[in-house]
Design a protein around this ligand. Structure first.
Ligand code: FPP
Length: 259
């Protein structure tokens, strides 16, 4: 039997408050990274609408989720917005996502909450493959927030982890060839310093929505020790309680391993 709407809202908000209390009692991850998946399925199955509506709702969810993270004082938040493989999608879809991203970056860079909370916005990936309008939006967001460090919002765009690793290997090989670096001095730290994420700590928690249990070429080096959390909900349908459940699961695992 379906619960009446108002009752289900009250029950959920009470549950949400209880979950929040529980979560605030435990260790909060310093860095949470999200593989946002399921925009198109959400549009087709839940909204009975076209895929662009799913992406639009997915983008709104990013801004909502960022507020939840700020509330919990999570210092680093990274989202996988567009992979190198995503360029293989329909031209119309790619163009739509690019325009959506460009607008989102401008809006976030002008958002009062971003400035009140001193959130630095950074976009990493192979920018050379992005349209000029997106490059310009990336520059704008970077310039407007580059002096901040209280919180960090990172967007992986035109990003692929294997490509990132290859590019790091090439940089290191060039330094060795130019006698700027000795082979025996190559360490995990040296390698990390050559990645896009050189000044971002590794994620504590990686979360993927939509029921897929894969990493899909996301932060392969960086997530070596991260906790992984998978949930069935599609990204645009990801609720506050789903978010809190993910953090609670992280806390339960950390507690178990720490014993
Ligand atoms: C995953 O769902 C979503 C994407 C590949 C694109 C998401 C990108 C945005 C909403 C733009 C965000 C931009 C910024 C700058 C924050 P899917 O399309 O793979 O859906 P499916 O799994 O149902 O096929």
């Amino acid at each position: 039997m379906r619960m009446p709407r108002a009752l289900s809202r009250t029950a959920y908000s009470r549950y949400g408050r209880e979950l929040l209390k529980e979560v605030l009692d435990g260790p909060i991850p310093n860095h949470i990274a999200m593989i946002m998946d399921g925009n198109r399925r959400y549009a087709a199955e839940i909204l009975d609408s076209d895929r662009n509506e799913g992406h639009r709702k997915g983008e709104e969810k990013i801004e909502e989720m960022l507020e939840w993270c700020l509330e919990l004082k999570i210092k680093y938040v990274t989202v996988y917005a567009f992979s190198t493989e995503n360029f293989k999608r329909d031209k119309d879809e790619v163009e739509f996502i690019m325009t959506l991203s460009e607008r989102a970056l401008h809006r976030m860079a002008d958002n009062k909450k971003i400035h009140e909370n001193k959130v630095r916005i950074r976009v990493f990936g192979d920018h050379s493959t992005l349209p000029d309008s997106v490059k310009e939006a990336i520059r704008y967001a970077d310039e407007r927030t580059s002096s901040y460090s209280d919180f960090n919002f990172n967007v992986a765009m035109a990003y692929g982890s294997r490509q990132e690793i290859i590019s790091a290997v090439k940089d290191i090989a060039r330094k060795v060839a130019n006698h700027e670096l000795e082979v025996d001095d190559i360490s995990e730290e040296t390698f990390s310093e050559h990645l896009y994420t050189s000044d971002i700590p590794d994620p504590d928690l990686v979360l993927r929505t939509s029921g897929e249990v894969r990493i899909s070429n996301f932060l392969l080096w960086q997530l070596a020790y991260s906790e992984l959390y998978f949930t069935d909900v599609y990204w645009p349908g990801f609720r506050y309680i789903d978010f809190l459940r993910a953090i609670r699961s992280y806390q339960q695992r950390i507690r178990r391993y720490g014993e």
